[in-house]
Structure formats: C-alpha cells, structure tokens
Write a new protein. Structure first.
Length: 267
C-alpha cells in the first residue's frame, strides 16, 4: 500500500514538473512595437514638423528609407540604445502634397519592425513662384559651343536653371540647409527664355530666401555659369511681405544678368 502511495506521489510530482515546463516553453514572445505620432494633423511648407517615436523596447537604430538612399541614427556598438533626443524626428518639408515616410526600427535585441506614415503638406502662407524670365545673361546670343560657325544657332547657350532653398529631410536634428529644390529642363540654343512655373507648385515661406542659378548645359552636365558666379543671385522675401510684389528682379550688372521672378502671394 505504501509503495502504491509513493508511486502516485511521484507521478503527481512528475506531472506538475511537466506542466510547469510546458507553460514556460509556451510563453508567448513579446513583439517589438513602434508608434509614430505626428506633431500636427498636417505639415506646412517650410515650417518645422516633427514625428514622435515611442516603443515598448529601447531602440538601437532608426533608419528612414528614400527612393535613392537612406538616413539613419544608431546607438553605440551593436546593441546600444539611441539617445532620447532622436526619438523625435524633425523635418522642414519643401513641397506640397502627400509625403510617405518609410522607416525601419531596430531594438537593442536586434528585432526589426518597419513602419510608414503619410504626411500631407499644405501651402499655408507660402508664396508661389509662378514664373521666371531671363532678360539677359553674360554673353547672351554669343558663342558657347565654339565648334559651330558664327551663323549656326547650335553655338548658342543650352539654357538650364535651378532654384535652391532651405529644407530638411535629415530627421536627426532641427537644422535646415539650403539645397537643390527645382531643376528645369534643358532648352537648347536659347530657344526659350521665359518659363511658366505655375504647374511646378513651387511654394516658399514668406520670410525665406531662395537662390537662382542659370547655366549653359553641355554634354556630361558640364557647362558655363551664365551669371559668372553665384554671388548676387539670391531673392530675400522677408522685406517684401508688406508690399507683396507680383514680380522681383535679380540684376547683376557686372555679368549683364537681368532675371524677372513672378510671384503669387496668398490672400
């Protein structure tokens, strides 16, 4: 009888041990989760905009994926946590429309999760650049391609122009830097010197400034600066906010540059 009781007790102990082990083995794994919270319902052109990142594990790396590359920030070593300051993603978005932000987050244990958020960028009080007219530039109607004869239109400048302004896609800090914002098509042989830009949706904050560059495009992308250099090619909108002119001029007498920029101010 005692032997029977002992066997029953041992069986009970083994059963309990087996159940306990099974419970531990079947305990569900906690997933790495990330939540993105924008600072506003929508962003405004050239105005600071941020996205707050929160997660249930410490984050080792944040990477934003773009069509032609990525920007990332990470903690020390292979598993160090990022500084808390990087848990707020900072932007100054240059264009209106829908921007899809794509990210990959890695926690300190090496788990990854991908997240996306759609950000609508509205015009707000931004000024629209509606057109640009090149009235003159250095050596206009002169020879830029010397392999052609004096009466051959192929010798004339192949016009290309660009506009730079300050913006930021680098979420790691609140700074913005001036960069290439818009680049025109190439217009061979001075065939066109006045350009309607309304459909390009070029909006810029009324307190900001922008730079214009005009050039002669050659094969391989190497050509001549039709303003000789970049000095004197900046338009500052800040002092114009009261007057709100419909056009402004870039005049650079030493290089015979005269450019008209057409503007539309919000009502």
């Amino acid at each position: 009888m005692k032997r029977l009781l002992l066997l029953i007790a041992l069986f009970g102990m083994l059963s309990c041990s087996s159940d306990s082990s099974e419970i531990i083995e079947n305990e569900p794994e906690i997933n790495f989760e990330v939540t993105l919270t924008p600072s506003a319902e929508f962003a405004l052109v050239d105005k600071p905009f941020s996205i707050k990142v929160s997660s249930n594990f410490q984050i080792h790396e944040i990477k934003q994926i773009f069509e032609n590359g990525s920007v990332s920030v990470g903690g020390d070593g292979e598993s160090g946590a990022i500084d808390s300051q990087f848990e707020t993603l900072h932007y100054q978005l240059p264009n209106t429309g829908l921007e899809k932000m794509n990210y990959v987050f890695t926690d300190i244990n090496g788990k990854q999760v991908t997240k996306s958020i759609d950000v609508t960028v509205n015009r707000g009080d931004a000024v629209q650049i509606t057109g640009l007219k090149i009235n003159s530039f250095y050596n206009i109607h002169g020879t830029y391609d010397e392999q052609y004869a004096e009466n051959d239109p192929e010798r004339l400048a192949d016009i290309i122009f660009a506009i730079n302004k300050a913006f930021s896609w680098n979420f790691t800090n609140e700074d913005s830097n001036k960069g290439r914002w818009f680049v025109s098509e190439i217009y061979p042989n001075e065939e066109k010197l006045e350009f309607d830009l309304r459909d390009e949706q070029l909006f810029i904050a009324p307190y900001a400034n922008f730079e214009v560059g005009i050039g002669d495009h050659d094969e391989g992308g190497i050509g001549s600066d039709l303003a000789r250099d970049a000095s004197g090619m900046t338009v500052n909108l800040y002092p114009l906010q009261s007057e709100k002119p419909s056009e402004v001029h870039i005049i650079k007498e030493d290089a015979d540059v005269d450019i008209t920029i057409f503007l539309e101010w919000p009502e």
